[in-house]
Design a protein around this ligand. Sequence first.
Ligand code: SF4
Length: 192
Amino acid sequence: MLDKAAKQEILDEIAAQVRGCTRCPLHRSRSNAVPGEGNPDADVMFIGEAPGHYEDQQGRPFVGNAGQLLDRLLGIAGLGRSDVFIANILKCRPPKNRDPGPDERAACSEYLDAQIATIQPLAICLLGRVPLQTLLEPGGSITRLHGKPQEKDGMLWVPLFHPAAALHRADYMPQLEEDMANLKQILDSRLE
Ligand code: SF4
């Protein structure tokens, strides 16, 4: 079992590899790669789709409007940014925020896999359709599966609506808030 400092060292090395990565064509159009950041000893990881405009500019995950909403939602689950680790399926922004391509997902997966293996969280929250279909259920519907945790590989996988989707679809917001409140209950029971 790695201690927090050892985990941080490995995560820093992964981040350095990501920042220098040229494995897929997205490295040509990025301003900054976004490796992910947070607590190396996190009980919960949040995984989004890919960096957007502001994330690409700053090299940090979830810093735009969706990031502000994520901060509020974390509060509902009794969490803050310093408690969790936040990453994306892709570490570089696809042009015009299009969906990640299968070749790009395959090229980038090693980094996220290594982050998960290092942190070894209790739970992984999948923010939206792309993380759900990439990591848990190919072809799965986020509308059908959100808020329904599944056990896999010794971890709890929790599909949730992406905060950006809730900013565009007002009817998603109460469901996302309810799912975050349920996440708090799940975590509280697991950490007792
Ligand atoms: S998206 Fe991933 S695989 Fe592609 S260049 Fe960026 S870090 Fe490398």
